[in-house]
Write a protein that binds this ligand. Structure first.
Ligand SMILES: Cc1cc2nc3c(=O)[nH]c(=O)nc-3n(C[C@H](O)[C@H](O)[C@H](O)COP(=O)(O)O)c2cc1C
Length: 233
């Protein structure tokens, strides 16, 4: 039996991250596979205190939901994170989660029982992330991929990719471009199936998920203005 831990990182339960998460989750196999979806905004996760207690105890001093989440993390084959871009980065809840992963960090220079326990107990896993953003400033959000790549390395995970799904407004209003939105949803399902099968997502699938939707900058500006006017009502 394989396991996936899917971290949902939007405070808007029925927002665009959910529209992305649904086809992704539906792509996991139904047989011999289990996934657990955790809404990071519902979980009780306290901030890392930087006390390094976990270095000697392999355990955080906080008695909160991260204890249970990290137990599932250990046995998972796949970790996926889906959430919005906030100010060209991940949301604060994702940072909170990442910082609290320190008890499991790959500590190549720590030679205590801490690192031995970790090496033997933690299943090798793949990490994949999808960040949804309303705008078009992809270059300004590329730090997200670098951060997730470094996080994967620190946690000894295979980095399967970090996708920026810009122009997220089209997922909310698929009738503006039903064909492209349909292709994106199909690719999201494929990504989960590929992750479940061999822990990677092929470039073609990643490109299909992140493909540009609008036909021109002018068209995007027009649709974005319609979107924000509706949001302002
Ligand atoms: C605090 C905040 C900051 C945001 N920053 C960005 C940003 O830097 N770039 C961008 O394209 N969209 C930004 N957005 C828009 C969201 O990323 C976008 O609407 C996303 O689809 C929201 O996902 P959700 O519906 O799951 O909440 C921001 C939204 C909020 C609330």
């Amino acid at each position: 039996m394989k396991h996936a831990l899917v971290l949902f990182a939007s405070p808007r339960k029925n927002g665009i991250s959910k529209i992305v998460a649904e086809p992704f989750l539906s792509g996991f196999p139904k047989k011999d596979f289990s996934f657990r979806c955790i809404n990071l905004y519902d979980a009780n996760i306290n901030p890392c205190l930087g006390c390094y207690s976990c270095v000697s105890n392999s355990r955080c001093v906080h008695k909160d939901d991260m204890r249970d989440i990290l137990e599932f993390f250990k046995i998972s084959d796949i970790i996926a994170c889906i959430g919005p871009v906030y100010f060209y980065s991940v949301s604060s809840r994702v940072r909170l989660f990442i910082e609290r992963c320190f008890p499991l960090v790959k500590a190549s220079h720590i030679t205590s029982s801490f690192s031995k326990e970790k090496a033997s107990n933690i299943k090798k896993k793949s990490f994949f992330a999808i960040s949804v953003a309303a705008g078009m400033d992809k270059e300004l959000c590329e730090n997200i991929g670098q951060m997730y790549g470094a996080f994967s390395e620190a946690m000894n995970m295979n980095f399967a990719g970090s996708i920026l799904r810009m122009e997220s407004i089209y997922l909310k209003y698929p009738s503006l471009n039903p064909q492209k939105v349909g292709t994106i949803k199909a690719a999201l399902s494929s990504a989960a199936a590929e992750l479940a099968k061999d822990g990677t997502v092929c470039e073609k699938t990643k490109d299909a998920i992140s493909a540009r939707i609008s036909n021109s900058d002018e068209e995007f500006a027009h649709h974005a203005s319609m979107f924000w006017q509706k949001m302002a009502k």
